[in-house]
Design a protein around this ligand. Structure first.
Ligand code: NAG
Ligand code: NAG
Ligand code: NAG
Ligand code: NAG
Ligand code: NAG
Ligand code: NAG
Ligand code: NAG
Length: 397
């Protein structure tokens, strides 16, 4: 009897300390879960962010923060959410930032796993990871440090922007505004799904539509015309296979032919065709790496036909170097783009966030509670690193 009793006490003590039980839950678990759920439940597909923005403003106001709806030019519905704890100056040195718009289609919040939730709990829904997971983790990190008295609003504020998934108009507007007000941050901590690694850089991007000009004719007599579809296909395959620029850190430049169109009817040699490409640029510098790639792309396609192609490439940037010299983090590089190059200035920049980018934008986007919670701790470490003045700028714009 006694022995059994001893054994069960021992087992109880062991389970209590090593098992994944509610006792291991960080103090912010409930708040993290409910805030994350609330923001994921509101659809905020790029362009239609108003309701989620209003929710964020109300939430931070209730937490005692000052808030601002930073409306985009020409818009009465789309705004960046700025929120800061009490401060003595008119700006904060460090911004915690990410975007609150999401890609379509919207699908709702659900949770699977044990009840009450544990670190293994899987949370599904559009934006759970990209990037409302970052919003929730950044916010909890800031609340925790404020409560501990280690930071104030003079140190840190929150900047949640719109439009990242489309044109970056939210971050561009924020950047223009802080430049005009002379209130640029010294440090910007960007949140995107990095699998909770600290990113040392990410690929650049180049968006192009390529137009092929052929010559119409009867399909029975191919040599009487020039097929725009055919030359465009041959040239695109060449571009996909070509080395458009590679780098030890960033790997290969890659070409996604996202949209193609051309021709009028099966029995007409097509006179016109076009294709829209998203090129992921593996070479720098940030300001001009994409121009090197554009030149190579044009040259490779010209090998198929020197006269047929014209290019419209409305925007691009080279590979982006990011500060990552902080103890206690695993580091990696990302193959996707972010708002980082849209925030102009010589600030220190970090990129870190919960979630796997391979699950973002998918039909079953999800994240675990454990990922969110470990990112809260990661953000706290990054903020403290920056507050203690340990952020040194390694790369210049
Ligand atoms: C949008 O705003 C910009 C800058 O505030 C202004 O120059 C432009 O004329 C506006 N465009 C429209 C369509 O209102
Ligand atoms: C904020 O303070 C800085 C430095 O004192 C000043 O240059 C700037 O004009 C102020 N900005 C605003 C919007 O008041
Ligand atoms: C990069 O492209 C080269 C061919 O140009 C190929 O051999 C190599 O496997 C590619 N690397 C990656 C990481 O895909
Ligand atoms: C591409 O070609 C298609 C079919 O000819 C046409 O409908 C479309 O407008 C073109 N795209 C662009 C961007 O011009
Ligand atoms: C960044 O620093 C460089 C070199 O010191 C300087 O030329 C440039 O104007 C700075 N850019 C901004 C936006 O402050
Ligand atoms: C993120 O981590 C998961 C789990 O370890 C792994 O399967 C996945 O490949 C990682 N994602 C990237 C982009 O490296
Ligand atoms: C900042 O640097 C100091 C001195 O090297 C070190 O003691 C401290 O732990 C660092 N803080 C962080 C958060 O990395």
């Amino acid at each position: 009897m006694r022995q059994t009793h001893l054994l069960s006490s021992l087992l109880f003590a062991l389970c209590g300390s090593v098992g994944v039980t509610a006792q291991d839950a960080p103090t912010y678990r409930d708040e993290l879960l409910s805030f994350h759920q609330s923001i994921v439940e509101i659809s905020s597909i790029s362009g239609q962010e108003t309701e989620a923005g209003d929710y964020l403003i109300d939430y931070f106001t209730e937490k005692g923060f000052s808030t601002e709806r930073q409306f985009l030019p020409n818009s009465t519905t789309r705004f960046n959410v700025l929120a800061w704890p009490p401060r003595t100056t008119n700006s904060s040195r460090i911004i915690l930032t990410t975007h609150y718009d999401v890609v379509p289609p919207f699908f709702g919040y659900s949770r699977s796993g044990p009840d009450p939730p544990t670190a293994e709990t899987v949370i599904s829904g559009r934006g759970t990871s990209d990037a409302k997971g970052s919003i929730a983790a950044q916010s909890m990190a800031l609340f925790d440090l404020l409560e501990a008295g280690t930071v104030t609003g003079d140190d840190v504020m929150l900047v949640f922007v719109v439009g990242e998934e489309v044109s970056g108009d939210g971050m561009i507007h924020y950047s223009n505004t802080v430049a005009a007000q002379n209130s640029r941050p010294d440090v910007a901590i960007f949140g995107e799904p990095t699998n909770s690694t600290l990113a040392c850089g990410h690929k650049g991007g180049l968006a192009c539509t390529v137009f092929a000009q052929g010559l119409a004719g009867h399909s029975g007599y191919p040599s009487s015309g020039k097929s725009a579809n055919e030359i465009l296909m041959r040239a695109l395959v060449k571009a996909i296979d070509a080395d458009l620029g590679n780098d030890e850190r960033y790997g290969n430049t890659t070409v996604n032919v996202g949209v193609m169109a051309g021709g009028l009817a099966p029995n007409i040699i097509p006179a016109n065709a076009n294709a829209s490409l998203a090129v992921r640029v593996a070479v720098g510098p940030e300001a001009s790496g994409h121009l090197i790639v554009k030149e190579r792309l044009e040259a490779v396609m010209a090998e198929v036909d020197p006269d047929a192609f014209t290019f419209e490439c409305p925007f691009g940037f080279g590979a982006v170097e990011i500060d990552c010299d902080v103890d206690g983090f695993e580091t990696d590089v990302m193959a996707y783009g972010t708002d980082i190059p849209r925030l102009i200035g010589n600030h220190t920049k970090y990129l870190y966030g919960p979630g796997d980018i391979l699950k973002a934008h998918t039909a079953d986007e999800s994240i675990t509670l454990g990922e969110l919670e470990s990112a809260v701790e990661g953000y706290k470490k990054l903020i403290l690193h920056a507050v203690e003045g340990n952020s040194t700028r390694k790369y210049k714009n």
